[in-house]
Design a binder for this molecule. Structure first.
Ligand code: SF4
Length: 235
């Protein structure tokens, strides 16, 4: 965390003690906007943590990052893209050779197959370019709704909200939404979060989930949202 909102010396809002006034239901749009404002002040450098130099590299990195940390993906992609820098090169790669380069990440055999077949499909169907289209992206091996949203948001600058495990957990805990699945969470957040701030909100919620609102034991005492979060002190 690099900054805290104005309030007490600890950086927490001065209304932190007003537990009885904490909202128990969904946050209003105004309160949701306040959540995003505070997280924006906490994480001014929030961005995509996958290193990439092109939309193709971003797409491949996103596919590799499934159920794997971004840090571990960033360790293998320099060698991967040095050997196979674009879709044309990776489409002709021997999957066994790709496996060797990415073998330190989870599910590397399946992922090697996915990124080679993905590259072949990019060549065959899209002239070697990554399509800027939500539905077309999801026709690529290893690319689902979340990955397509990340590519469109980070790679093409579209206003999109990808819901990964952190966004899903944190948004529902706080009360930004109350949904049972990532897809329903995405659709609910699109309606509730401030217009024009979806992409940045995605990064704030991920960073907050990684640094403070941990899956097993959220660090509520260090959180800047105690008066807004409906789960404060209840987990
Ligand atoms: S108050 Fe606790 S549960 Fe709520 S967002 Fe902060 S860390 Fe997560």
């Amino acid at each position: 965390m690099t900054a805290k909102p104005a309030g007490t010396a600890s950086g927490r809002p001065s209304s932190v003690g007003a537990a009885c006034s904490r909202p128990r239901k969904l946050l209003t749009k105004a309160r949701a906007a306040e959540v995003i404002d505070r997280l924006a002040r906490c994480y001014p450098d929030a961005r995509c943590a996958l290193d990439h130099g092109s939309v193709f590299e971003l797409l491949v990195s996103v596919v590799l990052s499934a159920q794997t940390t971004d840090v571990s993906v960033n360790k293998v992609t320099p060698a991967l893209f040095a050997a196979w820098p674009d879709a044309a090169a990776l489409a002709g790669a021997d999957p066994a050779a790709v496996q060797e380069v990415i073998r330190t990440i989870g599910m590397y055999r399946q992922k090697a197959s996915n990124i080679v077949r993905l590259s072949q499909k990019l060549l065959e169907d899209f002239g070697g370019e990554v399509p800027q289209d939500f539905d077309l992206l999801q026709t690529l091996p290893g690319v689902g709704r979340k990955s397509a949203n990340v590519v469109l948001s980070v790679g093409f600058g579209e206003e999109r909200l990808a819901v990964d495990t952190h966004v899903f957990r944190v948004a529902n805990r706080i009360g930004l939404c109350d949904e049972p699945t990532p897809e329903k969470t995405e659709l609910a957040l699109v309606k509730r979060l401030p217009e024009g701030r979806l992409s940045e909100s995605h990064h704030y919620l991920i960073w907050h989930g990684r640094r403070v609102c941990h899956a097993r034991k959220p660090a509520c005492d260090a959180c800047v949202l105690p008066d807004l979060c409906r789960s404060f002190g209840r987990l």
